[in-house]
Design a protein around this ligand. Structure first.
Ligand code: 13P
Ligand code: SF4
Length: 324
């Protein structure tokens, strides 16, 4: 009996979201990446916003920022390739100082990470003495190093409440801070950073979607403006949205988030209809099969963090990982 080539089996998995005419363009890179991973004892960590040929066909550990950070600690690979953005690669490096961490494109940034510097955090501390600083993982290691603890969209409320204080500073995402403030009694002092992808959604978008798609269930990422979260049926991290679809099996759903998310979730849920107004993250989209292959072939681009900064930043990330 003929062996089915591995890529055929992979196509079977993604055929609902990748048209047959596009698939041949991916096969050569996928085969090369699978071989390179074995040869280099490498793993690929892929965020939920990666395109399906990356997420489903070469990703080893996939999920939201929290899952990627948690799993980065557990891998025994020698090389970690981060199919995502730079702050995620830095977090993986903080947690694995002895491993090689590669990002296929150094330009894969994040508007939230760009919105604040370490100096800004020091000034905030001077302005609010004694108030603990919670820093969203979507920041540089230098900003994390100035912080008491990190959070992701998946654990933000738990982190806020874990500190047992009446007031916290939560940086840099103003909307995440406001959305969490609506769920807790803890007072939250915010920064003015925004995600360039999620800030574009509006409450009017949701009303139009509901009118055009009767019965649609609306899930929104907490980086969306508070009016969007208020008009949605559920708000949570990318993993929480994916879990919601699996658990509730809505007949029709819209994910107010980055475009690839719906494709990746749709693969496992053929009975759910995905309505797809979405916004692309230009940073996530810099990662491609071709540059993942090149990263493994040429050992580029190596992610480094100054050891003194890394030590302080790691404390803030590890303190977050200890919050249940
Ligand atoms: P998650 O932590 O929900 O995966 O979100 C990361 C991100 O960059 C969202 O824009
Ligand atoms: Fe940053 Fe927004 Fe892109 Fe996420 S979607 S990486 S928060 S710019």
């Amino acid at each position: 009996m003929l062996d089915i080539p591995r890529t055929d089996a992979l196509y079977d998995k993604v055929k609902r979201v990748i048209p047959p005419i596009e698939w041949p363009a991916f096969v050569d890179d996928i085969e090369a990446i699978l071989a390179l991973k074995r040869r280099r004892n490498a793993v690929i960590l892929a965020h939920n916003y990666q395109t399906p040929e990356i997420f489903h066909c070469v990703g080893d550990i996939v999920g939201d920022s929290l899952a990627l950070a948690r799993e980065a600690v557990n891998t025994d690979a020698d090389v970690i390739v981060l199919a995502g953005v730079h702050f995620m690669a830095e977090t993986a490096k903080l947690l694995n100082p002895e491993k090689t961490v590669l990002i296929p494109d150094m330009g894969a940034g994040c508007s939230l990470a760009d919105s604040i510097t370490a100096e800004d955090v020091r000034l905030m501390r001077q302005h609010y003495p004694g108030v603990p600083v919670i820093t969203y993982v979507n920041t540089s290691a230098a900003v994390k190093a100035e912080s008491d603890i990190c959070c992701t969209s998946g654990n933000a409320r738990a982190v806020v409440e874990s500190l047992g204080v009446p007031r916290v500073i939560m940086i840099p995402d103003e909307y995440l801070a406001k959305n969490i403030a609506a769920e807790t009694d803890v007072e939250i002092i915010a920064w003015k950073g925004h995600c360039e992808v999620h800030e574009r959604f509006t409450g009017a978008d949701i009303r139009e979607l509901r009118e055009a798609n009767p019965g649609v269930v609306v899930l929104a990422h907490p980086e969306c403006p508070p009016e969007v979260v208020a008009e949605s049926d559920f708000s949570g991290s990318t993993a929480a949205m994916s879990d919601y679809v699996g658990r509730e099996k809505p007949h029709r759903v819209v994910l107010m988030t980055e475009c690839s998310m719906s494709d990746n979730v749709a693969v496992a849920h053929p009975d759910v209809e995905f309505v797809r107004p979405c916004n692309l993250c230009p940073h996530m989209k810099r990662i491609t099969l071709a540059n993942i292959r090149k990263a493994l072939e040429e050992n580029q681009h190596v992610v480094t963090v100054d050891p003194e900064v890394a030590e302080r930043a790691r404390r803030a990330v590890e303190r977050m990982l200890a919050v249940k």
